[in-house]
Design a protein around this ligand. Structure first.
Ligand code: UDP
Ligand code: MG
Length: 325
C-alpha cells in the first residue's frame, strides 16, 4: 500500500520516462526497422524513454536482432522467454520489467501507429488521464469470417461480463499506478485487454486506423483465437455456468408437461405411440448434459491451472541496454 501511495504522488513532467513494451515473435526480418521508426518518433518529441523488447521464444533470428540492438542502444532492454508462451505472457514479462513513469504497450509490426504516441503522452501529462487507449476505428484487412467471429466474441463478452471490448486494442498507455494495480492481480491466465478494462481509472480513448502489417503474417490461427476467446469469456464471467441452471429449469418445465401428457396417454389406454418423442428427448437431453459437463470442465481446468500456481512465463536471457554480451 505504501508503495502505491508513493507512485500516486508522483509528478507528471517532461522528464517523466516512457517505457515502451513490445512482445516480439518471429519478426526478425523487420524488427530493427520497426523499433527504429518508433524510436525516431520518441527522439523527435524529446521524450525520455526505454524499450523493453520480449522475444516470445521465436525460432527465427529475432533474438539475434534483439540481442544486438540491446548491445548497441542503452535505451533497449531485451528479454527472451524460454519458449513461446503467447503474446499475453510476453506482455506480462515486459510489464513486470518496465521502470518508467508511464508504460506504453504496442505491437512490433507497426500496426499501431507510432505517430500517435506524443498525443497519448500529452493526454497523460497535461490532461491527467491514467489510461490512454488506442481504439480501432476499422479492423484493417481481415477476411469476413474473421470479422464475424470477432464481432460474436466481443458481443458475448459484453453480454456476459459488461465489459465492452469491441474496438479495444493492445495499444495502450498507462500510468505507473495502473501498472502497480495490475500487478496486484494474481491470476495465471492473463487476458490483458480484459484485465485492463476491469481496472478502471480515468481513461481516454484515441481512435486509430489499423495499418497493414509491415512484413510477415499474423500469428493468430483460428484455433489460437478460439482458445483466447474461451479463456477470455470464462475469465470474466460465470454466466455460462448459470446458463446450465437455466437450461435445467427449462427442461424440467418441459418434463412436467410431457409427464402429464404421458400419464394421460397411459391411463386412457393409448400409450404405445410417442416413440419419436422418446428418441428426440434422449438426443436433446444427452447433448445438453454433455455440453454442460464440458462447460463445467472448462472452469474446472481453469481452477486447476490457477491452483497449480506455475509462473506465467520463464525468462531465459536478459540483456540490459548497452550491455555487451
Ligand atoms: N506475438 C507474441 N507471441 C505470440 C504471437 C504474437 O509475442 O505467440 C506478438 C507479435 O510479435 C506482435 C503482436 O504479438 O508484436 C501481435 O501479433 P500479430 O501481429 O501476429 O497479431 P495481429 O496484429 O494479427 O492481431
Ligand atoms: Mg499485427
Amino acid at each position: 500500500m505504501e508503495k502505491l501511495e508513493k507512485v500516486i504522488s508522483q509528478n507528471r513532467t517532461t522528464e517523466s520516462k516512457l517505457s515502451v513494451i513490445i512482445p516480439v515473435y518471429q519478426e526478425g526480418s523487420h524488427i530493427r526497422n520497426s523499433i527504429g521508426v518508433i524510436e525516431q518518433v520518441l527522439i523527435d518529441h524529446q521524450l525520455p524513454y526505454e524499450f523493453v523488447l520480449i522475444d516470445d521464444g521465436s525460432k527465427d533470428d529475432t533474438w539475434l536482432e534483439l540481442k544486438q540492438m540491446a548491445g548497441e542502444n542503452e535505451h533497449i532492454t531485451s528479454l527472451r522467454l524460454s519458449r513461446n508462451f503467447g503474446k499475453e505472457s510476453a506482455l506480462c514479462a515486459g510489464l513486470e520489467y518496465a521502470q518508467g513513469d508511464m508504460i506504453l504497450v504496442m505491437d512490433s509490426d507497426l500496426q499501431h501507429p507510432p505517430q500517435l504516441i506524443p498525443e497519448m503522452v500529452k493526454a497523460w501529462r497535461e490532461e491527467g488521464y491514467d489510461v490512454v487507449e488506442g481504439i480501432k476505428s476499422s479492423r484493417g484487412k481481415e477476411n469476413i469470417i474473421y470479422k464475424l467471429c470477432a464481432k460474436a466474441f466481443y458481443y458475448i463478452i459484453y453480454k456476459t461480463s459488461d465489459i465492452n471490448l469491441g474496438q479495444a486494442s493492445d495499444f495502450k498507455l498507462m500510468d505507473r499506478k495502473v501498472l502497480e494495480a495490475w500487478k496486484e492481480m494474481p491470476e495465471r491466465a492473463i487476458f490483458f485487454r480484459g484485465m485492463s478494462a476491469w481496472l478502471g481509472f480515468d481513461r481516454k480513448q484515441i481512435s486509430f486506423e489499423v495499418a497493414d502489417r509491415v512484413n510477415g503474417k499474423t500469428k493468430w490461427s483460428l484455433l489460437r483465437l478460439m482458445r483466447l476467446a474461451i479463456n477470455a469469456i470464462t475469465s470474466y464471467s460465470s454466466v455460462p455456468l448459470h446458463c446450465i441452471t437455466v437450461l435445467g429449469i427449462l427442461m424440467f418445465l418441459g418434463a412436467i408437461v410431457l409427464g402429464v401428457q404421458t400419464l394421460y396417454m397411459y391411463f386412457s389406454g393409448q400409450a404405445l405411440s410417442g416413440f419419436t418423442t422418446v428418441i428426440l428427448l434422449q438426443l436433446i437431453i444427452g447433448s445438453s448434459i454433455m455440453i454442460s459437463l464440458g462447460m463445467i470442465g472448462i472452469y474446472l481446468t481453469k481452477i486447476y491451472k490457477e491452483v497449480k500456481g506455475r509462473p506465467r512465463y520463464l525468462i531465459s536471457k536478459c540483456i540490459r541496454g548497452g550491455e555487451k554480451k
